[in-house]
Write a protein that binds this ligand. Structure first.
Ligand code: MLT
Length: 262
């Protein structure tokens, strides 16, 4: 089933499949809910899988200027309220979705039962990183998102995906191409402004699964291992032959890790 939920001047697309415990899937930058299609397919026989488009991405709309990671997390909480979901959910975020997961834990703890952190970071950006984000924001506002496809395709995927799974790569690049420049710019600035979460990891008090592609060039295995070490109830699953987009590149291994965790 698909919803288009109009909430306070925003409109959210949500794909809602299956029944059972709720699993909320939050995409990375600058993508949309379609990056989770293999999880919808593979996990909706054991839970209710909600894959959402964040504000400004995919088929979701709303004001994005000055948006923060906390605003995105608040949007997820509003979506759950609108769908009358009162039970605590498993929040699964990839990369930027993980930055939003930290905020969801901090500000909506009562709605959370478990966390799944895929290919993400706890640390904030350093000054050079912030500068790069601002350059991306300015360039995308000037000339649109096409330039990002070249930058991202080199970083998002494992070698095997690039060599053997061009359909996956092309679909992701097409999503990037279709994303509004103003949303890409706003999210880039929001990521630059996100707080460093490293010192909060020990406070996370829900069972947590950390998933990382063995070849992730953006959030490395080492970095994800230190997140798993920092969270008291965390376990880590390293997915072979996958990069930053592990859930899409290696869906069977990812889904089996999620299924055992749930
Ligand atoms: C993402 O996949 O969401 C981005 O690579 C995150 C980032 O640029 O930090």
């Amino acid at each position: 089933m698909e919803h288009q939920l109009d909430i306070n001047g925003k409109s959210f697309f949500v794909r809602d499949e299956g029944t059972g415990p709720v699993l909320v899937l939050v995409h990375g930058f600058p993508l949309d809910h379609t990056m989770w299609r293999e999880q919808v397919e593979g996990l909706s026989n054991c839970c209710r899988v909600l894959s959402i488009d964040l504000r400004g991405f995919g088929k979701s709309t709303g004001p994005v200027d000055g948006i923060s990671m906390k605003d995105f997390a608040d949007d997820v909480a509003e979506i759950l309220t609108e769908l009358n979901i009162e039970e605590p959910v498993t929040f699964c975020g990839l990369s930027m979705g993980g930055y939003i997961a930290w905020q969801f834990w901090e500000h909506h703890r009562d709605r959370l039962s478990k966390l799944i952190l895929c290919d993400t970071k706890a640390i904030g950006d350093d000054d050079a990183g912030k500068e790069t984000r601002e350059k991306v924001a300015q360039r995308v506002l000037q000339s649109g998102p096409e330039f990002l496809t070249a930058i991202m395709s080199g970083k998002l995927f494992a070698k095997r995906t690039l060599e053997e799974k061009s359909e996956i790569v092309n679909k992701v690049l097409q999503v990037i191409r279709n994303t509004l420049g103003e949303s890409v710019a706003a999210a880039s600035r929001a990521m630059a402004a996100r707080p460093d979460f490293t010192n909060r990891l020990s406070e996370i008090d829900v069972p947590t699964l950390v998933i990382v592609g063995a070849e992730d060039a953006i959030s490395t295995v080492e970095e994800m291992q230190s997140i798993a070490n920092g969270i008291p109830q965390a376990t880590i699953e390293i997915i072979p032959n996958a990069g930053h987009m592990a859930p899409l590149e290696a869906p069977e291994a990812t889904n089996s890790a999620i299924r055992s965790f749930l």
